[in-house]
Design a protein around this ligand. Sequence first.
Ligand SMILES: [Ca+2]
Length: 225
Amino acid sequence: MAGLVALAIILLAAVQVESHERRDVNDMRLNDLQGKIEELQQTLDERAKTRDQRLREFAELTARVHKLKESHCGPREFECTESANHCIHDILVCDGANDCPDGSDEKNCGNPAHAGATFKGVILNSQCQTENVAKNMQIDIVGEKRYSDFPTISVLELLVTLDDHQDLYNGIYSYGRKALVSFGKGGGGLGMVCYFDTDDGKFCKAEFLSIVSKEVCGTAILTSD
Ligand SMILES: [Ca+2]
């Protein structure tokens, strides 16, 4: 819950900064969302401080990845499918209300990284210092929770196998970015953003990033069974 609230705060802050530029964002719904976030924040304990820091770091990492990808929209925006150059904030994707003129923000709202799903692949071009020896990767989604107050993400628990080493990681699936995100351990290590570029959810394109340098240091194509 603490991580969810922290991420919500980060995303909402981005919405507020960009609101002057994007007149089409639904202010009433965002205000309502902010109220719910403030209620949730009252339940935070000391552990939230660590999680908040990690989520802030990963927000920087995903923004860095976005700069490497071509898009008509900004780093935290969703491009409406059938409306050229129409962008909405990704916090509004798959939240149950149409925000794109064509309603495309409420289509394809399944989660390919659902509980029970498994993705496998080989890490290529790895310059990552933390797990630079690992080549074979498997991700088992062992936990999934979606909060009704913040449905634009699902909170995940990941069992990650790198060669013969296994560990549990926290992660999310972002419906707005169509991406599986794995957080690094503590203040260092390796994070991953895996983009599902097709609607069938059979594979995603992963980029690994150093939490410290925030540079992409490896890639992989992860496919489901
Ligand atoms: Ca929406």
